[in-house]
Write a protein that binds this ligand. Structure first.
Ligand SMILES: [Zn+2]
Length: 95
């Protein structure tokens, strides 16, 4: 039986005008789905969310790491390049 296929792509624009496309999910249905099977199943919705998170979260961490070489509040160099652990609150209390 032929299938209906939806491919879900995430288009990221992390720098203005620079797009990267990633396929995050593929949803297949038999052409003759019952009324009860219309739309996304809960498990698929969860998978889709997880797949999106798996793309978005590391990208956010990477961008934060690139930008935070020094503390914005006091100008002090951060403990390690790209560290998201070293916050102003933490290193100001340590002294
Ligand atoms: Zn600081």
């Amino acid at each position: 039986m032929p299938k209906l296929v939806w491919r879900v792509k995430l288009v990221a624009e992390l720098r203005p005008g620079v797009m990267t496309e990633t396929e995050v999910a593929r949803i297949e249905r038999d052409e003759q789905a019952g009324l009860a099977e219309l739309g996304l199943q809960l498990a698929e919705a969860k998978q889709l969310t997880a797949a999106l998170q798996a793309q978005i979260v590391p990208a956010q961490v990477a961008v934060v790491g690139e930008r935070r070489h020094w503390c914005e509040a006091c100008g002090r160099g951060l403990a390690s390049k790209g560290s998201v652990e070293d916050t102003h609150e933490k290193h100001s209390q340590a002294r």
